[in-house]
Ligand binder design. Structure first.
Ligand code: HSE
Length: 307
């Protein structure tokens, strides 16, 4: 199976909006073999190869929670990771969603009466991650809006205009979500709340009407980005050069440090990518920039072969 990277927040949608992007971690699981984990790619040498691995924790959590006692627990799991860790592209959400979807597929195969719905998988994923904005698009694909209330979280798919292209500029330094969440205050001035309410509405309007030019000029956030900016050297210059090169808006990707430039044409997006890379290089920071369109399809297990 392939689980996409995600970009959370999308500017003003702190902890409630996110989008799936065309960068994937692949996971293959085989049963009927001794327990083994093989990892290639991003951070391969840093990730645990025992049951504390995040993908395995998620599989075990799902099987325990649904009481799937007849599902074998020894597997060979092969992972090819492409989503950089600590980059703001949802690598932990991808591990959680990948593990839960695989766990549910194992239940389907060995103890089908225990398998659960996608909504229940999402509930567990949100509980594991602590917020829904990465795990929801990682599981369902597309752009998503998660609205919490006293009963639970309501999930909505947000339409994506076909001409929307994102530049994702990934600098070569990690900023872990835990550290980046610590600097975000727990209460805000009323003016910041009003600003974000208006900007979130503006974003939904731009996406649902397909009129992306609604995002040009002053689109942004006052709940998290201003507090995180000091953790990200070069932030202001990367943003300035991207806007100058034609980006409609520039937001932080998740908790950072990657930055997301919103573009309405692919050729402009590549020019923006070059300028963002240059801006970071001028701060002595290497950077890799990608141009992505959002992923529309949900995360599913492609093939089940029982061992
Ligand atoms: N909404 C989260 C944050 C995303 O901004 O901290 C990062 O996991």
């Amino acid at each position: 199976m392939s689980v996409p990277a995600t970009s959370a927040n999308l500017g003003p949608g702190f902890d409630c909006m996110g989008i799936a992007l065309q960068m994937y971690n692949d996971i293959e699981l085989e049963t009927g073999v001794p327990f083994e984990i093989l990892i290639e790619g991003e951070a391969a040498h840093l990730l645990p190869t025992d049951r504390s691995n995040a993908v395995i924790v998620a599989i075990d959590r799902l099987l325990d929670e649904i009481g799937a006692t007849r599902v074998p627990r020894d597997w060979r799991v092969r992972m090819v990771n492409r989503i950089p860790v600590g980059s703001g592209l949802g690598s932990s959400a991808s591990a959680i969603v990948g593990g839960l979807v695989l766990g549910n597929a194992l239940a389907q195969a060995f103890q089908p009466e225990c398998a659960i719905s996608t909504a229940d998988v999402l509930r567990i994923a949100t509980d594991m991650e602590g917020h829904p904005d990465n795990v929801t698009p990682a599981l369902l694909g597309g752009a998503t809006l998660s609205c919490p209330d006293d009963i639970g979280t309501h999930t909505f798919a947000v339409p994506i205009p076909s001409h929307l292209h994102f530049v994702v500029a990934v600098p070569y330094f990690a900023l872990y979500t835990e550290e980046s969440r610590k600097v975000v205050p727990t209460s805000f001035p009323r003016s910041a709340a009003v600003f974000n309410a208006a900007q979130s509405a503006r974003l939904i309007l731009a996406l649902t009407t397909g009129n992306l030019s609604l995002l040009r000029g002053g689109f942004g956030d006052k709940l998290h980005e201003p507090y995180r900016e000091p953790l990200i050297p070069g932030y202001a210059d990367v943003k300035r050069l991207a806007l100058h090169a034609g980006a409609l808006a520039v937001t932080l990707s998740g908790a950072g440090p990657s930055m997301l430039a919103w573009c309405d044409e692919e050729h402009k997006a590549w020019e923006v990518a070059d300028q963002m890379t240059l801006a970071w290089r001028e701060h002595g920071i290497a950077c890799e920039a990608h141009v992505f369109q959002p992923v529309a399809s949900p995360t599913v297990v492609r093939e089940v072969a029982l061992g």
